[in-house]
Write a protein that binds this ligand. Sequence first.
Ligand SMILES: [Zn+2]
Length: 230
Amino acid sequence: MKRGPWLPGLVGLCRSCSALLAGLTALALDPALPRAWAQVDMGPGAYAMSTPLVLNIIGAEQWGSEPPPQAAYRSREHGVITGLTVHHQGETWQAGADVAAYLRRLQQWSRRERAWVDVPYHYIVSPEGQVYAGRGLQWAGDSNTDYDTAGQVQVMLLGNFEHQQPSAAQLQATAQLLGQLMAVYGLAPQHIVGHRHHSNQTVCPGAHLMSVFEDLRAQATAMRATLVPR
Ligand SMILES: [Zn+2]
């Protein structure tokens, strides 16, 4: 298996995990957008912020995402969204590193080594507080641990929070994103969980993020309250 110098850290994301894809049912990739797409669209038409803090998400095409070759990868439709799962990257993030380049490498690795349809996460949040779109929301996420990712929007924060601290900007953007997702999917604070909630095979999203997790839930809930349906 070819691994670039960045890969050991990436694998560290779920180094303690096994049972890769064990719980997944492989389905052919349907080139047509699935039914769930319309209901998971969180575009600006659905909600407006009553504060000026409109969440700006960098689209996947902006970081150089390549569309998946159709029918080439195993994947599953999401179905109904029932929760928001928070992850950390699991490798130390160097300040100022190129997020777009990292995401392109992650996408290539996910497809080449895992036969995943895309990066395993739906959103990625940088220490600068920038949110990047990852895998399309029509697809369930992927994980190296044996929990069912269907129905979970996967949000990943760059960094290793066993060793690093999430930045204030990163936490604020994450709360904003989670609050927006709560509003779109009608979710409550308890529906926001860390990866370790689903699996004892991992410490993700790291001790330093777990120590502020209740604050993150509270901030997301407060952010949700600022959203008003159009
Ligand atoms: Zn995780």
